[in-house]
Design a protein around this ligand. Structure first.
Ligand code: GSH
Length: 201
């Protein structure tokens, strides 16, 4: 299989962490691409009609996306149990929360990098940050029990979201308003799969 990816993408990182946690590195070739919303790489278009990464090209040539579909596919393939039946709706909701944090945080980066400076709209950027932080605080206030259990995909997704906030928005200091989550993340980011996929190197 081929993973169409860039190491800086937090959605890609979710997949790369799962691959390492479930021992599937040898089965998946990583194909690096440089892609943005206004300059989409050909390999990305070929694998995903939405022009986004990650996409996973299967051995029979079919490609699947998005990150949540790929992680579920690879978890099923490895029978790893990262989407446990008895906690499925909690895990999926928390993973969706992590993805929402990422969508807001990635849009903020695109606003600064892709959009011409005179067209940037600061209140819109702040509204995205408010979404991200409201979700971070909700996880801190309501979901710490879930994060403390056996490894699951929700934990991987939340950790990748927090890692991206550190990578691209460190100056905004998400830890200030989420101390319990910060303490949990300090331990989780030590996992070899997280260290091996750290976009900051
Ligand atoms: N919902 C998608 C989001 C993927 C996504 O937004 N990826 C970004 C990179 S971090 C991308 O490819 N952006 C290019 C674009 O928006 O055209 C997923 O979970 O895979």
């Amino acid at each position: 299989m081929k993973l169409i990816m860039s190491p800086a993408s937090p959605f890609v990182r979710k997949v790369r962490v799962l691959i390492r946690e479930t021992g599937q590195q040898g089965d998946i070739e990583e194909v690096h691409v440089a892609t943005t919303p206004v300059n989409t790489a050909d390999a990305v278009w070929a694998a995903n009609p939405l022009g986004k990464i990650p996409a996973l090209v299967l051995d029979d040539g079919r490609a699947i996306h998005d990150s949540r579909v790929i992680t579920r596919f690879l978890d099923d393939r490895a029978k790893a149990g990262l989407y446990p039946e008895e906690r499925l709706w909690d895990v999926l909701t928390l993973e969706a929360t992590a993805d929402g944090i990422l969508e807001a945080a990635v849009l903020m980066v695109y606003e600064g990098r892709v959009r011409p400076e005179e067209m940037c709209y600061a209140p819109w950027v702040e509204a995205q940050w408010n979404k991200a932080m409201t979700a971070v605080k909700a996880v801190n206030d309501r979901w710490m029990g879930q994060l403390g259990g056996p490894l699951d995909m929700a934990q991987i997704a939340i950790a990748c979201a927090l890692g991206y906030l550190d990578f691209r928005h460190a100056d905004r200091d998400w830890r200030r308003e989420a101390p319990a989550l910060a303490a949990w993340y300090a331990g989780f980011e030590q996992r070899p799969a997280m260290a091996a996929t750290n976009p900051a190197g």
